[in-house]
Write a protein that binds this ligand. Structure first.
Ligand SMILES: NC(=O)c1ccc[n+]([C@@H]2O[C@H](COP(=O)([O-])OP(=O)(O)OC[C@H]3O[C@@H](n4cnc5c(N)ncnc54)[C@H](O)[C@@H]3O)[C@@H](O)[C@H]2O)c1
Length: 249
């Protein structure tokens, strides 16, 4: 029996990297997936590929930092599939500017997309989950929500905030049967880091993981699947580090 049979999952940032890996894995496990992202072309392409593989997916163009668009995303999920069982707050952007050179607009953009989006998406998904008396929310935080990284001040702050918001939500909604956890990946081979960092830096970063390499999107998606499904039924308010030992030092 597929592990997410007939569950409805909303996955933000589902058009690339870790989110895209979650979309395919969740659909293979029987979930009806609503993927949110900004690129219509990429989103429609992924939607079509999932359908070719025999799964169910719906792309909804969404900027997760905009309340009106997030509201419309959750309404679309409900209209098409009647429920929302799983929310993966995955959309995010990286950042590489020392604090003293960072313009206010950049700070706001990183915090809006990485952290405010978690509030907005949860704000509109939680009432549906409360009505259903259950749900699982997975926040894609980072090892950089635990340890600092030069040049990543706004990113560090957003991911640290995300981890504590996870605990807040876990407590507030536990009695509604809603579990809320975060995943803290190490450096994962996705466009986010491949676009931003040069090959030499990527090599050094791979070395900084005790396992001696970067992670793969599928290695994060499999943990999201675990948190989404019944196998993690007594886990809430936790962070799961998927970091090849990076934070074990
Ligand atoms: N790659 C890593 O090393 C790494 C490590 C730790 C945590 N993460 C986190 O994992 C998540 C996914 O990152 P990724 O590595 O797959 O990167 P990615 O760049 O491949 O994917 C990010 C996705 O978020 C979407 N997105 C960005 N801004 C958005 C917005 N305003 N509205 C809607 N969608 C938006 C992008 O379109 C894309 O689909 C992010 O939250 C990131 O911070 C990544």
């Amino acid at each position: 029996m597929p592990r997410l049979q007939d569950r409805v999952a909303v996955i933000t940032g589902g058009t690339s990297g870790i989110g895209e890996a979650c979309v395919h894995l969740f659909a293979r496990e029987g979930a009806r997936v609503v993927l949110a992202g900004r690129s219509e072309e990429k989103g429609k392409g992924i939607e079509a590929r999932v359908r070719q593989e025999g799964g169910t997916a719906l792309f909804h163009k969404t900027d997760v930092s905009r309340a009106d668009q997030v509201k419309s995303l959750m309404e679309a999920a409900r209209k098409h599939f009647q429920r929302i069982d799983i929310l993966v707050n995955n959309a995010g952007i990286g950042q590489q500017t020392p604090l003293h050179q960072m313009e206010e607009e950049e700070w706001d953009r990183v915090l809006d997309i990485n952290l405010k989006s978690v509030y907005l998406c949860s704000r509109y998904a939680l009432p549906v989950m409360q009505e259903q008396k259950g749900g699982s929310i997975i926040n894609m935080a980072s090892i950089l929500g635990l340890v600092g990284f030069p040049g990543a001040g706004a990113y560090n702050a957003s991911k640290g905030g995300m981890r504590l918001l996870t605990r807040n939500m876990a407590l507030e909604y536990a009695r509604d049967g809603i579990r809320v956890n975060s995943i803290c990946p190490g450096f994962i081979e996705t466009p986010m880091i491949e676009k931003e960092l040069d090959p030499e830096t990527l090599k050094d970063l791979a070395e900084a993981h005790p396992l001696g390499r970067l992670g793969k999107p599928a290695e994060v998606a499999s943990v999201a699947l675990f948190l989404a499904g019944e196998e993690s039924s007594f886990i809430t308010g936790s962070d799961i580090f998927v970091d090849g030992g990076y934070t074990a030092r």
